[in-house]
Design a protein around this ligand. Structure first.
Ligand code: UD1
Ligand code: CA
Length: 477
């Protein structure tokens, strides 16, 4: 078999996106469209990939180079196309980077959902010496190039919509924009292209008639699934493909036994900011309610339950944990760990470095950052724990906070096992609350407390008898 070399067309402007971001860098599931195409290329075990760039070339090339640097598994090159004179002209720019012994697979940077198996079938159909076109039959084929077949059904040529006769426009089978063609043959055909057509462009699709004239067999591999060849031209189409992609991911999870309350209300995305690919791993009997968004790498253990409308990024949630609705978890780079049987939320916020032990309870409007809570510790209402080490069975009262930041540096708070921190306490770090101690409500603790006993640090309650409330002046106004 010939080595596979891939050419990705990515020079177009994408005017209808009305965006400053180049179209192929628009994100689907948190990953640029071009990233999806290059993933598919990697699955095909391509020898090399040439990306044809034009609009936003520097940004597009920077993205590609970064991906290749991260070990994409193929040799990545770029070919500039300036100005953009059509798809044939685009391929003319790529040819100097494509070797004669290869089979060239032509892809578009804005068609993200093509499956590797489909491309492999196209490669197989080309048999190293034919021109193989990926086609699909559409109920509404308008705008696309039509596959024109002869009496015996053999492909004769492709006619672009704008050049097509009424009879040709009635053809439902369209060219997807994806073909596989021996480089040696393509090179010759491309030199013969003209732009004598309705759009004044150099059409790559004109090589089909040339192949037929040269006696090179042309085959069309026709697929049923239009999503695999659907391109993104507008925000609406981007959203439609996003939904289709999410539904695919949801179905795959459900086939693996995950119970999604509604596969249409599920999202799993790359963490683009940290370059973490989307990966949701679930043990048996995981329930996920509607409207959850998972980002980056998330692990959920056996029997854990995720309530409605949670955002969970870069986190490991262990068996039997329950995340109640509207909880926000973002581990960023440090990660978040929720121990077995822990209860979190509703309306809780776990930030990087939150590490909850077994059976920990984190209630509503509690924020935890860079803090560990040992088994059975509880912070049930309206509280903040930052840079804290919290011992087993600690009860951390409503409205209490660790004052961990002095404006310049962060300091640690240690709350030893079995401590009760009352409501509305301020623990000014660095500070240690000794094991088994109790901190009276409303205390501002600035010094370490010994184990056991009660520590109180607040103004004493006073009582003034016969005290007169100020009275409003009578009459007047
Ligand atoms: C092309 C095909 C058409 C097919 C359709 C499928 C041609 C002449 N026509 O249509 O038969 O049905 O795709 O979507 O090939 N691009 C460049 N440089 C250019 C022009 C385009 O890089 O000079 C890129 C675009 O960014 C895009 C891809 O090529 O990624 C396809 O271009 P587009 O204009 O969307 O396709 P059409 O030419 O309309
Ligand atoms: Ca065009």
């Amino acid at each position: 078999m010939n080595p596979i070399d891939i050419a990705v067309m990515a020079a177009g402007k994408g005017t209808r996106m009305k965006s400053r971001t180049p179209k192929v860098l628009q994100k689907l599931a948190g990953r640029p469209l071009l990233g999806h195409v290059l993933d598919t290329a990697a699955q095909l075990r391509a020898r090399s990939v040439v990306v044809i760039t034009g609009h936003g070339a520097t940004e597009v090339e920077a993205f590609g180079a970064n991906l290749a640097g991260a070990g994409a598994g193929f040799d990545l090159q770029f070919a500039r196309q300036e100005p953009q004179l059509g798809t044939g002209h685009a391929m003319q720019q790529a040819m100097p980077r494509l070797a004669d012994d290869g089979l060239v697979v032509v892809l578009s940077g804005d068609v993200p959902l093509t499956e590797a198996a489909t491309l492999q079938a196209l490669v197989d159909a080309a048999q190293g010496e034919r021109l193989a076109l990926l086609s699909v039959t559409l109920a509404d084929p308008s705008g696309y190039g039509r596959i024109v077949r002869g009496a015996g059904g053999a492909v004769q040529r492709i006619v672009e919509h704008k050049d097509a006769s009424a009879a040709e426009r009635a053809i439902g089978e369209i060219y997807s924009g994806i073909m596989a063609v021996p480089a040696r043959l393509l090179r010759g055909w491309l030199t013969r292209l003209t732009n004598h057509n309705a759009q004044g462009e150099y059409y790559l699709t004109d090589v089909v008639a040339m192949a037929v004239a040269d006696g090179v067999p042309v085959v069309a591999h026709c697929i049923q699934d239009a999503l695999q060849v659907a391109g993104v031209n507008s925000p609406l189409q981007l959203a439609e493909l996003e939904r289709a992609h999410q539904l695919r991911q949801a179905r795959a999870l459900m086939e693996a036994g995950v119970r999604l309350a509604d596969p249409a209300r599920f999202d799993l995305r790359d963490d683009a900011r940290r370059g973490v690919r989307a990966e949701l791993r679930c043990g048996p009997d995981v329930d996920i309610d509607v409207g959850c968004i998972f980002t980056g790498r998330v692990e959920i253990g056996e029997g854990a339950q995720i309530g409605a409308h949670c955002c969970i990024a870069n986190a490991r949630i262990e068996a039997g944990a329950v995340i109640h609705p509207y909880t926000h978890i973002d581990g960023e780079a440090a990660g978040v760990h929720v121990g077995p049987g822990a209860l979190v939320g509703p309306f809780a916020r776990l930030r990087p470095g939150a590490d909850l032990g077994p059976e920990v309870h984190i209630g509503n409007f509690v924020e935890v950052k860079n803090s560990s809570l040992a088994a059975g510790a509880k912070a049930n209402h309206l509280a903040y724990l930052g840079d804290a080490v919290v011992g087993e069975r600690v009860n951390y009262g409503a409205g209490s906070i660790t004052a961990n930041y002095d404006g310049a540096r962060k300091h640690r708070t240690v709350i030893e096992a079995d401590v009760h921190v009352g409501s509305n306490c301020v623990l000014v770090a660095p500070v240690t609350i000794g094991a088994g101690g109790t901190v009276g409500g409303g205390s501002t603790i600035t010094r370490d407390t010994p184990p056991g006993g009660l520590s109180v640090a607040r103004g004493r309650q006073a009582h003034i008898a016969n005290w007169q409330r100020p009275a409003k002046p009578q009459g007047g106004g």
